[in-house]
Each structure stands twice: as C-alpha cells, then as structure tokens.
Write a protein that binds this ligand. Structure first.
Ligand code: RFL
Ligand code: PHB
Length: 389
C-alpha cells in the first residue's frame, strides 16, 4: 500500500491532521493500535480553546460542536472561601467551549468516514523505516499478517506510549520531565453542574475541580495520592471529599449522583525535542504531556496539527520544505508557554505532601493577588483561553 502521509494513531491529533490534509487533496492512511470503540470510550479533556474550535470547523467537523458545545465566558478560582471570577470575555475578548474529547473524536471519525479515509484498527508492532530517505516505510501487523505502507512523510500521533518518539535515536532526543507527587481522581455523573462555569478549588485538603460535559452531565476531579486506587473511593467518599474542598457556597449547590465512570490519572509535565527527525514528525502527546490543570493537552495537540498541516501543504503542493524545516521550532515555542502555564496552575492549586506552611501562604497570596489585580487576571485569562498560533 502507498500513501502521501502515513499517520500513526487515531486520537484527536491523528484524526484532525488527516481530515485537514484530505480536504485539500492530500492522501493519508491511519494506523491505530486499538479498536474504534476503545478509542471512543476514553474520557479525557473537556475544554476547547477558540483556536481549536475554529480548526475543527475548518476541518468540516464543527456542526455538532456548534449545536451542542457550551460557550464559557469565564471560570472561578477559589482558596477555601475566597473566590475569584476570571472573566475571559471581558479581559481578553475571548471565550472557551465545553465539548468533550470523546465527542471531538467521534465527530472526526465520522468526518473521516464521509471522506473515505483508510483507518486500519487493531494494528500491532508498528515499525518506521528509512526516515532519512524521501520514501519512508511503515511496517505493521494486522490480523496476524505483516504489511508495509510506503509514504512520503510520517506523522507520529501515537500518544505518550507510542512508537514514533522512540524511533528517534536516544542520543538525538532531549527530554524534559517533571512528575508531580499526586494524581487526579475523576468521576462522570448524570447530575446538574454546580455553577454555569468551572470551579478550580484549592483548599487545606487539596485541589478539586468542578467541570461538566452538558446541563445534566458533570465531570468532577479531586487531587489524590498516587498510591490510591479508584475502587478505594466509593461514590459516597468521593462526594464528601469533593464538597469539603469547595467554598461553602459552592458545596451547598452540589447535587450528588452515582458515578458512571471513575479513574485516576497521574500528573506529569514532559517535552521531547526535536519534533522532527528526517521525514517523521511528532504531534500532540507523542511529543509532550501537560498536567490537566490548565486544560491544555488537547489544545496543544490541535496547535501542533495546525503548524504541521500548513507545513505539509507547503511541501506537497508547492514543493517548499521551509515549513517542515520550521515545524519543530514553531510548535515548541507555543508548547513551552503552555508548559509554563500548566505547571504554574498546578503549583498554584495543589497541596504538595510534606510542604511547609510557607507554600500554602504563597497559594493564598496568589489568589488574593488575582482578586485584586485586573492585570493578574488578564494574564491568566490570556493563557487559559489560548495564546495565538
Ligand atoms: P492520544 O489521544 O493519546 O492518541 C494516541 C493514539 O495513538 C494510538 N497508539 C498507537 N497506534 C498505533 N501504533 C502504536 N504503537 C500506538 N501507540 C498508541 C493510541 O491507541 C491512541 O488512539 O494522543 P493525541 O491524539 O496526541 O491527543 C492528545 C490528547 O488525548 C491529550 O493531550 C489529552 O487527552 C490529555 N488529557 C487531558 N487533557 C486535558 O486538556 N484535560 C483533561 O482532563 C485531560 N485528561 C488526558 C486526560 C490524558 C490522559 N491520558 C493520556 C492518560 C486524562 C488521561 C487519562
Ligand atoms: C474536564 O472537564 O475534563 C477538564 C476541564 C478542565 C481542566 C481539566 C479537565 O483543566
């Protein structure tokens, strides 16, 4: 089999890149390790920057998002009973949209089906070869049969545990990492959100986030030790701890319901440089991970796709490799700023085990400063709603 761009992974990065390329007549084949049902069962990100919304529209996958997505003009940050509203719209003129990653992925799969793109699921043992030539090759096994895909370019959209990043020789990669000493326990439940916007809560008992998917579906999180297991957290225990971390006025509005999903995700900051090796590009989680506190994971995947899409169009349609040469530096410039913001939000809102009394005062002072300074609020709003591409 032959294609112009071989894409490894059908998460949001792989699907969005493929969809944008197909729309301008560039041929792709996607190789995915899991089944479609498995990809669609993953509950992950929930907040889209406006740049992501616009890119999904440009890809022809914006109709349901425009009908069902909930636009948010701001968010709340709290420290015990101290509460500050960050009014994105007023401070920056920008908004964000509540629309789950599961929905984004489903819309992109459907758009790709309409396009007739070849997406091969349940592939194993993907191996990328000849990246230093103009005709690389991707070998894989499906239904017990070894096959080969010849291509001009390879997009590594296969997430943190994929093969693409590891294909770049270790001595040519530089990795930066910070692992946080806690995780997020998340639940999904059919009940009404506490407020019309998200609440990021810091308290003496740790962090909590009140989020949502729609008017009758909430996604709530609490910070937990990495050693905790989801089955140690009954619904009753979760709701009690969640309420304890919110300001009293917000806790009073919590309407409990049974969880329909419960999982723990570790928090990590990670970047691997460079994002290009010969004819291979790393995109999204294959190249970088952010802690979810800034809601940047999915949005960074979208901005990487934006840069790579334009670079590949320039290379394939105009024969200029300037864009592909610049891809790594352009994407990393934005990635590092989102890394900084996500790290800062994580530090500002979480309790670290064994911390001293000074740390809690620093968090409280940051919240107080946000309450009193429009400049501080605007800085947060500018980063949260997404820096320009
Ligand atoms: P994905 O979504 O991980 O997709 C990668 C795809 O590649 C496939 N794959 C392979 N295919 C073929 N061969 C191989 N060898 C392969 N290895 C892997 C995988 O099966 C998968 O389908 O990466 P992508 O597309 O770059 O998208 C990035 C986003 O998914 C990610 O940034 C966010 O979901 C991060 N994230 C969150 N971000 C937020 O903004 N808010 C959140 O609340 C949030 N929660 C999360 C998250 C990530 C999580 N992970 C990765 C553990 C919760 C979790 C649990
Ligand atoms: C979510 O709704 O899953 C969500 C929202 C905001 C975040 C992280 C996760 O910062």
């Amino acid at each position: 089999m032959k294609t112009q761009v071989a894409i490894i992974g059908s998460g949001p990065s792989g699907l969005l890149l493929s969809q944008l390329l197909n729309r301008v007549g560039i041929d792709t084949v996607i190789l995915e390790r899991s089944s479609r049902d498995h990809v669609l069962a993953r509950i992950r990100a929930g907040i889209l920057e406006w740049g992501t919304v616009e890119l999904l529209r440009e890809a022809g996958a914006g109709a349901r998002l425009d009908a069902e997505g909930i636009t948010h003009d701001g968010t709340f940050m709290t420290d015990s009973d101290l509460m500050v509203h960050i009014d994105f719209k007023d401070l920056t003129g920008k908004q964000v949209m509540v629309y789950g990653q599961t929905e984004v992925t489903q819309d992109l799969f459907e758009a790709q089906d309409r396009m007739g793109t070849t997406i091969i699921h349940n592939v194993e043992d993907v191996a990328i070869h000849d990246l230093d030539t103009t005709s690389p090759r991707v070998d894989y096994t499906v239904a017990g049969e070894r096959r080969s895909l010849s291509c001009d370019w390879v997009a590594g959209c296969d997430g943190f545990h994929g093969v693409s990043r590891k294909t770049i020789p270790a001595e040519k990669r530089r990795e930066f990492e910070r692992v946080y000493p806690f995780g997020w326990l998340g639940i999904l439940a059919r009940t009404a959100p506490i407020d019309h916007e998200l609440i990021y809560a810091n308290s003496e008992h740790g962090f909590a986030l009140a989020s949502m998917r729609n008017a009758n579906l909430v996604r709530h999180y609490i910070q937990v030790p990495l050693t905790d297991k989801p089955d140690e957290w009954s619904d009753e225990r979760f709701w009690a701890e969640f309420r304890r971390r919110l300001p009293a006025s917000a806790a009073a509005k919590v309407i409990e319901a049974p969880s329909i999903e419960k999982s723990i995700a570790p928090l990590r900051s990670f970047v691997s440089e460079p994002l290009r090796w010969g004819r291979l590009f790393l995109v999204g989680d294959a190249a970088h991970i952010v802690p979810p506190t800034g809601a940047k994971g999915l949005n960074l995947a979208a901005s990487d796709v934006f840069y790579l899409y334009h670079a590949l169009v320039e290379a394939v349609k105009k024969g200029s490799e300037k864009g592909v040469d610049d891809y790594s530096a352009r994407a990393l410039n934005r990635i590092w700023k989102a890394m900084r913001f996500s790290w800062q939000m994580t530090t500002m809102l979480h309790r670290f085990d064994g911390e001293d009394a000074f740390a809690a005062q620093m968090r409280r002072a940051t919240l107080n400063h946000l309450c009193e300074s429009e400049t501080a609020r605007r800085d947060l709003a500018e980063n949260y709603t997404g820096l320009p591409y």
